[in-house]
Design a protein around this ligand. Structure first.
Ligand SMILES: *[C@@H]1O[C@H](CO)[C@@H](O)[C@H](O)[C@H]1NC(C)=O
Length: 647
């Protein structure tokens, strides 16, 4: 009975983890019904770098507007228009515009021409060819679905839709440019003469001989493979091409509700399980260690200290002998008069911890929301929007936490805490972001975030986040101060020099590796999705990893702080923050490793962008894990000193 109960629970859990895609998918958009012959808009998005068939490494991190002039893609009549998008979508790089392609529901077409022939100068050719070498992908959207290429997973032999299709292909040493698109649209008949789009594939190829006949008509050559379109880079040369497309409508059984499933393919689910089990073992081991070592020794310590108290009293009253081994007062109790002495630079620590609490709440709630399926890739841009929304709203938490911690540290510069808390992290992150964007602008790539979006971000920050943070600080300021359980001596105690792993750098190196171990596989997949423009949707795993990371950070920091206090060093505040935060250095190192392994930039500019974003992510991670470590240690220190008697 028990067993079956348990196994059914595991069975419930399994799909949740393996593919939150199908189990937890809320349709992002209401289905649009089409009748036969209805026009279905085809929108174009930016061109993104990707790994190509002959090159598994990524060569660039810049994306380009679809209508970036050297590409010469055909424009709709009256020029392309931007489609309105959410803030998150724009921040994550989407630039969606209208296109001249006409898809009519259930109307097959062969070789329609999009615009009269276009001409590439040698300069354009150099630009386009180098994008082909770098394996750029074209991204289209049909009825909200990305146009995909059909790929096969070599491990499972399953086919799936991989969003984006090739700009061109390198054949031998020669880049060939795709100027014909076979568009294959899957449709589902929902009710009579009521159809829905449930899948889009594009099979592009390159052909020199396609012709533009008369308005809107085109002609495809018989054997396209024999004469691919090659853009000539020779001095003074120019190449003329015609863009053509064919549309095939294929009936499908897939209902609208599950149309995203074939896009959300989980590569190698085993590795996620493996890493999860792996980190779970680490965590179990760690928590076991902490609970046995700490609770056992602490119990003994506390009993001893309290017993010692009695002995000391008896000693004073003149009788009673002291047992062996308990004569000297040693260990963490010795520093009771200093352990709650405010740290150096309490302002900075309070601000960091406040910002970290804000990040912590934002990340936790975002992942939980994602787990429930609200942020599936079908809701384009929802992830980015929700991150910004939560971060903005949790300004309150940031302010509250920083001012309470500051009060605990007996801080005096109240005005500064109030002002610096909402400004600190956002301004650093925004500056990095802004500089990197300037850089992208300067380079002429069009993937930069538009200036107006930046302005909106700043306005949101000042109008909503800053006031909320000030309000939070005010509420925190009004609260009574958290009383330390022991009094602080007037004169600071001498700290004996630390030895071995208790010195700051070794302790950071040792402790940081464990929280990193809990997340590094998921981190790898997240990096893949950021740099290779792949969708990320394994939020079930991410949720568990986040939980494991919190527990690991907390446990390892508490252990470190215990040893530190035992060595009579009471500077635990900054130490706990830095020890836990050290995992960020591992995150940064793994970004460098990832660069070596999976990326190979043709230009130093891509490298700068990559390093810039990696630094930003590591910085956020430092503040986040550092905060977890600080709070765990704070609770721990309060608890252990509460349990001893001090006269
Ligand atoms: C379109 O072409 C495909 C492939 O030849 C065919 O299976 C399908 O029935 C055609 N659809 C219509 C509506 O003619």
């Amino acid at each position: 009975m028990r067993l079956s109960d348990c196994s059914s629970r595991v069975a419930l859990l399994a799909p949740l983890l393996a593919s939150s895609a199908s189990a937890f998918y809320f349709p992002g958009v209401a289905p649009t019904p089409y009748k036969k012959g209805d026009l279905i808009p085809l929108h174009v998005n930016h061109l993104t770098p990707a790994d190509s068939q002959n090159d598994p490494k990524l060569r660039s991190v810049f994306s380009f507007d679809y209508y970036h002039p050297p590409f010469h893609f055909c424009q709709p009549e009256g020029g392309p228009k931007y489609i309105r998008e959410s803030l998150g979508s724009i921040l994550f790089g989407d630039r969606i515009q209208t296109s001249p392609f006409e898809l009519k529901m259930k109307v097959n077409e062969t070789c329609k021409a999009v615009c009269p022939s276009v001409t590439y100068t040698a300069r354009d050719a150099v630009f386009v060819n180098s994008r082909i070498y770098q394996g750029y992908d074209i991204n289209w959207l049909v009825d909200g679905l990305p146009a995909a290429q059909l790929l096969r997973d070599p491990d499972t032999d399953e086919t799936f839709y991989s969003p984006g299709f090739e700009l061109g292909r390198v054949v031998g040493q020669q880049p060939t440019f795709n100027n014909h698109y076979d568009i294959i649209v899957d449709y589902h008949e929902y009710s009579k003469d009521n159809y829905r789009v449930v899948g889009v594939l594009v099979d592009p190829y390159s052909t020199r001989d396609s012709k533009y006949l008369e308005a809107g008509k085109g002609e495809c050559p018989q054997n396209p493979d024999e004469a691919p379109a090659v853009l000539s880079e020779e001095e003074g040369a120019s190449t003329s091409l015609t863009f053509t497309y064919s549309v095939w409508w294929i009936e499908s059984d897939t209902p609208f509700a599950t149309r995203w499933d074939k896009y959300l393919h989980v590569y190698d689910p085993k590795i996620h399980w493996f890493s999860l089990v792996n980190s779970a073992i680490i965590v179990a081991f760690l928590v076991g260690m902490v609970s046995t070592i700490l609770i056992q020794t602490l119990k003994k310590d506390i009993a001893r200290y309290n017993r010692l108290d009695q002995f000391v009293l008896e000693d004073f009253s003149g009788n009673g002998s002291v047992e062996d081994g308990v004569q000297e007062d040693s260990g963490w109790k010795l520093v009771h008069g200093d352990v709650f002495r405010p740290p150096r630079n309490p302002l900075l620590l309070s601000v960091l911890v406040g910002n970290g609490a804000q990040l912590f709440a934002m990340a936790g709630l975002t992942i939980a929301f994602a787990l429930l399926g609200f942020l599936s890739p079908s809701n384009r841009g929802s992830l980015g929007t929700v991150i910004i929304l939560f971060y903005t709203l949790f300004g309150f938490i940031g302010g509250y936490v920083s001012s309470r911690v500051y009060k605990f540290f007996h801080g005096e510069s109240w005005k500064q805490v109030f002002v610096i808390t909402p400004l600190a992290l956002p301004s650093v992150v925004f500056s990095i972001f802004f500089l990197l964007n300037l850089f992208v602008w300067g380079r002429g790539a069009s993937g930069a975030v538009p200036f107006t979006t930046m302005l909106i971000l700043v306005i949101i920050w000042f109008v909503i986040s800053v006031p909320l943070s000030l309000a939070g600080s005010w509420v925190g300021f009004k609260q009574t101060v958290i009383e330390p359980p022991v009094r602080t001596n007037q004169i600071p105690r001498q700290i004996p020099p630390s030895r071995g792993y208790l010195r700051i750098v070794p302790s950071m190196a040792l402790a940081g590796v464990l929280p990193f171990g809990a997340i590094f596989v998921e981190l790898y997949f997240i990096m893949n999705s950021i740099w290779f423009s792949k969708m990320y949707y394994m939020f079930g795993f991410l949720f568990l990893c986040y939980g494991l990371m919190i527990i690991t950070s907390a446990a390892v920091t508490v252990l470190m702080v215990y040893f530190l206090l035992c060595s009579e060093n009471y500077h635990w505040q900054w130490r706990s923050f830095c020890t836990a935060g050290a995992s960020a250095f591992y995150v940064f190192a793994s970004a460098l490793l990832y660069w070596m392994k999976d990326l190979s930039f043709g230009s130093w500019t891509s490298g700068v962008l990559y390093l810039g974003y990696s630094t930003m992510i590591s910085l956020l991670f430092f503040v986040l894990t550092g905060t977890i470590g600080f709070f765990a240690s704070w609770l721990f220190v309060l608890k252990i000193y509460r349990s001893i008697k001090v006269d």
